[in-house]
Design a protein around this ligand. Structure first.
Ligand SMILES: [Zn+2]
Length: 239
């Protein structure tokens, strides 16, 4: 007989993976915590490139707004589940908004056992649009249902798609249901409340007034900027 594989049996559960409680019900043994967290991570549908995003590896050195945003994220994780509003993370491309949002999901899965879900706004719309075509076996409702129920949802790149009535309706329906069910939503967007110097559209123009107003009620606004870094350096150069 080969003795090459030596499996250590868990002394707590003798390898059954569950422990019986005094009331006769069972709970997962702590030896399965890693597997359970792994399953939760897989169920979260976080894209591969964001899999390792953590608060710890979020680069906040550039400016104060990033430091502040990271502090808000940390507080959010620390206080979970005693959190009654989500986050609306707004700022220009490339400052790490998605990193920050996904980091919160990863921390919640690892340290709080929360059930979380990641959703790319454009992908969601693509899938819904595909469901309109004849012969599709998925209905719009099948597609949106998991996003209504997730304990914590990250909706990435809100407003990335050109607005249309059906997009606004779906978005409002989803957010409104989550609001009514007291589910927490974290959103990222490149669009702000004020038109920027380049005359870009505002978030309200992209998603519609009802959605923007719902978001005021269900999220805390976190604004990150890329400007402070350049400004500080220029100020120093001229000092
Ligand atoms: Zn065990």
């Amino acid at each position: 007989m080969s003795e090459s594989v030596v499996t250590e049996t868990c002394p707590l559960c003798q390898g059954f993976g569950r422990l019986e409680r005094p009331d006769g019900t069972t709970v997962p043994c702590e030896c399965r915590a890693g597997e359970i967290a792994e399953a939760r991570r897989a169920a979260a549908r976080i894209p591969e490139r964001y899999r390792n995003c953590r608060l710890q590896n979020f680069k906040d050195l550039q400016n104060d707004s990033l430091k502040k945003a990271k502090a808000v994220a940390k507080r959010f994780v620390d206080h979970w589940p005693a959190v009654d509003a989500g986050l609306l993370i707004t700022g220009p491309v490339g400052v790490g908004k998605t990193h920050l949002a996904v980091a919160i999901l990863n921390e919640l899965v690892d340290t709080k056992g929360a059930t979380v879900l990641f959703c790319d706004f454009s992908d969601l719309l693509d899938r819904i649009q595909a469901s309109f075509s004849k012969g599709s076996d998925e209905s719009q409702d099948d597609i949106v249902a998991p996003y209504r129920d997730a304990e914590v949802l990250v909706l990435d790149e809100l407003g990335a798609r050109r607005p249309s009535d059906w997009v606004r309706e779906i978005l409002y329906g989803l957010l409104n249901t989550r609001y009514n069910r007291r589910r927490i939503t974290i959103l990222t967007t490149n669009f702000g409340d004020e038109p920027d110097a380049r005359g870009a559209e505002t978030l309200e123009m992209r998603v519609g007034a009802p959605v923007r107003s719902r978001l005021w009620e269900m999220t805390q606004l976190v604004t990150v900027s890329a400007d402070d870094f350049r400004r500080t350096h220029r100020a120093r150069a001229f000092a």
